[in-house]
Design a protein around this ligand. Structure first.
Ligand code: SF4
Length: 352
């Protein structure tokens, strides 16, 4: 039954496919970039980032040569920064293990940091024409609706059935186009909340549509609960500059920014916890000027309550620490930008 999907999708893709800058190219590196960026991010957001990345880092060698913080700066705004870190680590591995040439063997591709089954199948089918079926959230939704597959689409029997259906439906001649068509269909027509069955090329054979309740599938998973956390951010001012470190803790590791310290909840221990962080970083002699306005910030499942503290520092800048103008910081992650903006407000008050 699922074989009917193949031809219907191919015709639909021919006439309706979205025009995207990474369509029609066979460079595995550029395709990999697009696939990584598209994870949890909208196509319209990704397009300018994809162009900027390719312009600055046109191949794995140039990406591997770049310092990680520079890569993450270019990534800033796309969110889910572990993707940017993995991208850089994978480029380094390609240079070290494969002479800078993107590998062709799916097994080798799957060993690169951040590349799982989905990305391997996408790169191999689109760039090399390998008959590997891609399964992302869009494909899961389309197939579990088409075949009315109950159960968690990520595991167990439901997962096996989806995999089987994806393999059976795969167009062996044009696996890249087929995979992209199925993902496009999920993104544009068979959407999570309001599938447009009238316009769907699979409508005639779709079980979910026939049931009259297409959104019953796939079975919903429980959402990860939001976790509240309290953090202090230390904006250390030296003249008209702010000191920035490369983060190496739980939050925003690998990014330039202000020191952060996890708090107990009330925020009363902010100065003490930042003092410990300064000690760890080897910063001595920073003098507390005041507490800036607190703000909230969300990172994935975490709801963060940020307590910015402003310090004056007049000593020597420690090795490895950079400075940025206090009215700068545009390329820092949003959390750090907000802390510095709050510090600016406080400084205006104090020195008015
Ligand atoms: S007919 Fe409706 S529910 Fe079925 S695949 Fe198409 S859009 Fe999704």
């Amino acid at each position: 039954m699922v074989r009917k999907v193949t031809a219907a999708l191919a015709d639909w893709f021919q006439s309706e496919q979205q025009s995207l800058p990474w369509r029609g190219i066979e460079d595995p590196y550029a395709i990999w970039l697009s696939e990584v960026m598209l994870q949890q991010t909208r196509v319209t957001t990704v397009i300018p980032y994809w162009h900027r990345f390719l312009e600055k880092y046109p191949d794995p060698k140039s990406l591997a040569r770049a310092p990680l913080e520079q890569v993450l700066e270019l990534w800033a705004g796309l969110g889910y920064y572990s993707r940017g870190r993995n991208l850089h680590a994978a480029a380094c591995q390609i240079v070290n293990d494969h002479d800078g040439i993107f590998p062709r063997d799916p097994e080798l591709i799957g060993k690169l940091p951040g590349i799982g089954e989905y990305t391997t199948a996408a790169i191999c089918s689109i760039a090399y024409g390998e008959p590997l079926a891609v399964i992302d959230g869009n494909v899961e939704r389309v197939l579990s609706r088409y075949l009315k597959i109950d159960g968690n689409p990520k595991s167990g029997t439901a997962r096996k059935r989806i995999q089987q259906a994806a393999d059976d439906a795969l167009d062996q001649e044009n696996p890249g186009d087929h995979n992209q068509a199925l993902m496009d269909l999920g993104r544009s027509i068979c959407t999570p909340r309001s599938p447009d069955c009238q316009r769907c090329p699979l409508a005639s054979g779709c079980g979910a549509r026939a049931s009259g309740e297409p959104t019953r599938w796939p079975t919903r998973r429980q959402k990860r609960t939001t976790e509240q956390q309290w953090w202090a951010a230390a904006v250390v001012v030296c003249g008209d500059q702010v000191l920035v470190w490369i983060g190496d803790g739980e939050l925003l590791a690998g990014h330039r920014g202000t020191p952060l310290a996890r708090l107990s909840g009330s925020g009363l221990d902010a100065d003490k916890m930042i003092g410990k962080e300064f000690k760890r970083l080897g910063l001595d002699g920073a003098e507390l000027i005041g507490h800036a306005d607190r703000f909230q910030h969300a990172i994935t499942y975490r709801k963060l309550f940020i307590h910015p503290l402003v310090y004056r520092y007049q000593g020597e800048i420690p090795a490895g620490v950079e400075t940025i103008p206090i009215d700068g910081g545009d390329r820092l992650p949003a959390l750090h930008r907000k802390s510095i903006a709050a510090a600016r407000e406080l400084l205006l008050e104090v020195f008015r």
